[in-house]
Design a protein around this ligand. Structure first.
Ligand SMILES: Cc1cc2nc3c(=O)[nH]c(=O)nc-3n(C[C@H](O)[C@H](O)[C@H](O)COP(=O)(O)OP(=O)(O)OC[C@H]3O[C@@H](n4cnc5c(N)ncnc54)[C@H](O)[C@@H]3O)c2cc1C
Length: 379
C-alpha cells in the first residue's frame, strides 16, 4: 500500500496526539501550527484514565510520569469546612503542568517522524481533502484533521453549524511554586498534597481549585462569575482573594505577580465532526466547561480513536464513511461528558463534594485503546 498522508491544523494536545498515532502506523503527517513557536498556554491539567491510556499507547507514559503526581485525595471544602475527601480508588488520574504534557506529546510526535511547521496557518479545507494555507500553498491529503481549537478555521470554512453556550462563571489559571512549608505553617492539619477544591458560594461566589502538579509546582485556578468585576480581574485582586482564602495567602501572593487571563466557560456543539475526508477533534469539535477536567482528555481520546479508524480503512474511497462511523461510535461518550460538565457549571453542584461516582466518572474510566470497549459498554 502507498503511504497515506494526513494534514493537521493545530499542534495542541489533540493535533499532536492524532499526528503521533497516525505516524506510528506508517502515515506521513504534517502538522500546521499558526503560533510562531511551539508551546502551550495555560498552567496545570488533570488527566484521567481515558487520556492516560492514550499516552501509554503512543509510548509517552514514561516521560509523563517523571514530572507528574497522583495526589492522595480530592478534597472538597465549603467555607473551609471539609465536605469530602475522595481517594478515587480504582480511577487512574495524574496532575501535571501543561508545559510538561505539551513537551511529552511534542517529543512523541517528533520521535514518530511527524513534520511540524510552526508559523503555518490553515485557512480552509474542503471535504475532498484539500487544505489551503495562509501562505497560499495548497496541499491534499487522505485525511485532513481540524485540531485548531475552539475558533477552528477548518470547521468554519466547511460551514459546519455550531451552537455555543456560554456559562456565567469563568476561571484564571496560574502555575506557582508549591510553598508547602508556608502553607503548613498556616494550616498544619491540612494535607497539602491533596487536590483541594475550596468553594465559597455565600455571600459571594469565589472558588480556588488547588492542584499540586509535582513536587515543585502548584496549579491554582481561581473561579468567579464573569459579572464579578473584582473577582474576574487579572492580575488578581490580592486583597479580595486573601480575605476569602487567608490560608492560601503564600500562593495567592505568587499568583498576583502573574498577568493571567480570565477564561469564560463555554460549551460548543457542532452538527457533525466530519465532512468527507475532514475530521474535527478536540475543542474544534467539542469545547466544554472544565468542571470534569476532561476537555483535553476527550480531545486525546478522540484523536486516538480517529487515527485507529482511519488507519484500519485501507480503501481510500471508503475513508469518508469510516470517519462517519468513528463519529457514531465515539461521539456519544463526549456528548455525555459535555452535558455533565455543563450541568456542573450551571448548578455549581461540585461544591457539595462526593462527586466522583456513578455516571459522572464514565469518561474518567473510559479506555479508548481497548478494541472491545463498545462490547464492554453494552454488556
Ligand atoms: C480553565 C480551564 C481548565 C481546563 N482544565 C482541564 C483539565 O484539567 N483537564 C482536561 O482534560 N482539560 C482541561 N481543559 C480543557 C483543555 O484545555 C482543552 O480542551 C484542550 O486544551 C483542547 O486541546 P485542542 O488541542 O483541541 O485545542 P487547543 O489547545 O486550543 O490547540 C489548538 C492549536 O491550534 C492552533 N491553531 C488555531 N488555529 C489554527 C489554524 N487556523 N492553523 C494552524 N493552527 C491553528 C492553536 O494555536 C493551538 O496551538 C481546561 C480548559 C480550561 C479553559
Amino acid at each position: 500500500m502507498t503511504t497515506r498522508h494526513a494534514e493537521i491544523a493545530g499542534a495542541g494536545f489533540a493535533g499532536l496526539t492524532a499526528a503521533t498515532a497516525l505516524a506510528q502506523r506508517g502515515w506521513s503527517v504534517r502538522v500546521h501550527e499558526k503560533a510562531p513557536e511551539l508551546r502551550t498556554e495555560g498552567a496545570g491539567i488533570v488527566l484521567w484514565n481515558n487520556s492516560l491510556q492514550v499516552l501509554d499507547a503512543i509510548g509517552a507514559t514514561h516521560d509523563l510520569m517523571s514530572k507528574s503526581m497522583t495526589p492522595p485525595a480530592y478534597e472538597t471544602r465549603m467555607n473551609n469546612v471539609i465536605r469530602s475527601q475522595e481517594t478515587l480508588d480504582g480511577i487512574s488520574w495524574r496532575t501535571l503542568t501543561r508545559p510538561h504534557l505539551f513537551a511529552t506529546l511534542l517529543y512523541a510526535a517528533r520521535e514518530a517522524g511527524v513534520e511540524i511547521v510552526a508559523g503555518s496557518t490553515v485557512r480552509s479545507a474542503t471535504a475532498d481533502g484539500e487544505v489551503t494555507l495562509a501562505s497560499g500553498e495548497k496541499a491534499t491529503a487522505d485525511v485532513v484533521i481540524g485540531a485548531d481549537g475552539v475558533g477552528s478555521a477548518v470547521r468554519d470554512s466547511l460551514a459546519i453549524p455550531l451552537e455555543r453556550q456560554r456559562s456565567r462563571d469563568g476561571i484564571t489559571r496560574f502555575l506557582v511554586p508549591r510553598r508547602k512549608e508556608q502553607l503548613q505553617a498556616l494550616e498544619p492539619d491540612t494535607e497539602w498534597d491533596n487536590v483541594i477544591d475550596f468553594w465559597n458560594l455565600e455571600p459571594r461566589v469565589l472558588r480556588v481549585l488547588y492542584t499540586p502538579a509535582n513536587d515543585d509546582e502548584l496549579y491554582i485556578a481561581l473561579m468567579a462569575p464573569a459579572d464579578d468585576a473584582a473577582g474576574s480581574r487579572v492580575p488578581i485582586d490580592l486583597e479580595l482573594w486573601t480575605s476569602v482564602f487567608p490560608q492560601l495567602a503564600p500562593v495567592l501572593e505568587a499568583a498576583a505577580t502573574v498577568p493571567g487571563k480570565y477564561y469564560g466557560y463555554q460549551t460548543t456543539r457542532v452538527e457533525s465532526w466530519t465532512r468527507g475526508r475532514v475530521a474535527l477533534i478536540g475543542d474544534a469539535a467539542h469545547a466544554m466547561c472544565p468542571a470534569l477536567a476532561q476537555g483535553a482528555g476527550c480531545a486525546m481520546q478522540n484523536a486516538w480513536t480517529l487515527a485507529v479508524a482511519a488507519d484500519e480503512t485501507s480503501d481510500a474511497a471508503a475513508l469518508p464513511a469510516a470517519l462517519e462511523r468513528w463519529e457514531q461510535h465515539e461521539r456519544p461518550f463526549t456528548d455525555r461528558c459535555q452535558d455533565r460538565s455543563q450541568h456542573y457549571a450551571d448548578t455549581r453542584e461540585m461544591a457539595n463534594g462526593n462527586q466522583f461516582s456513578g455516571d459522572v466518572v464514565e469518561t474518567a474510566l473510559y479506555n479508548p485503546t481497548d478494541p472491545r470497549r463498545h462490547e464492554v459498554q453494552h454488556a
